[in-house]
Design a protein around this ligand. Sequence first.
Ligand code: IPM
Ligand code: MG
Length: 356
Amino acid sequence: MNKTIAIIRGDGIGPEIVGEALGVLDAVAEKFGHAFTYQEAPMGGCAIDAFGVPLPDSSLKTCLDSDSVLLGAVGGPKWDSQPSANRPERGLLKLRSAMGLYTNVRPARMFQDLAAACPLRADIAKRGIDFVVVRELIGGMYFGEHSTFEAGGERKAVDVCAYTEHEVRRVARVAFDMARKRRRRVTSIDKANVLDTSRLWRSTVEEVAREYPDVELLHMYVDNAAMQIVRDPSQFDVIVTENLFGDILSDEASQITGSIGMIPSSSMGEGSRGLYEPIHGSAPDIAGQNRANPIGTILAAAMMLRYSFDMAEEAGTVEAAVDAALKAGLRCGDIMNEGGTLLGCREMGAEIRARI
Ligand code: IPM
Ligand code: MG
């Protein structure tokens, strides 16, 4: 198969981790006889430096014309003083919205070989961690009106949080469909004891649940959910939640699996084109030092193979190569443990490639 992939290297460690993921994709192409064409799409701080804006139209077009998009990470302290409408993160939000990517899927699965890196008590970790956060990605407070103004002699800031029923319904369906392929339990997370958007969220999810009588639906307030994720993560199968809550809970969920550096994510809308990225940020403190863990990005590339290109065997091969490297005791700094072999970003990429 021939596929065109838009490549957003981004900022900080982004270029390093994307480089390793492309090496893995090349190895897959060679082994399975595919041709992947990479089209560069600058976005983030580097695009602000080169073009004055975080997402130039040319990059957006490259992404919209591609079969899928692979992204490293964007942002960094260098661009912190940009006006809020021109920050690197705005590029990412604009891209998500322009591509119509309303569902973000972030698996939280503990790798058995990394159990030592799990920060939870051993008896809790032993019950296993294997759930998925389905986060609504282009609604809620992220996309409501933002403003800062003078009011009564001081500054006041407002961020509007809004949801419509159809925005809730379409992401809820993704969560229920996914639960059908897993353990058939959806936990919908909201703050319905306080927020109107949450009450709309809850009643709409309940409506959708009627189409899925074989899937169990539970509701949980977001504060309780933050606590339950560390108290007993084994109770979760599929979590579905709105944009901001999903942003926060998915970081928490990734960290209990050992390291945020290991977790990939997919963002999808209608159709097969998606945006795939690790869930961690650009880690400017270790950028350019060959110290980043490329596994989150490599596993994101595997998700792209599976979900956008329907290449389940190829995806499985990448995931097995990652597992094999971990089994062999190979580690990056974020997952290093006693007896492990510490590798740099490039060396880890090469070891995984060698196992394809
Ligand atoms: C994420 C990130 C983004 C978000 C930022 C970079 C805008 O934290 O993908 O979780 O908040 O969605
Ligand atoms: Mg986040």
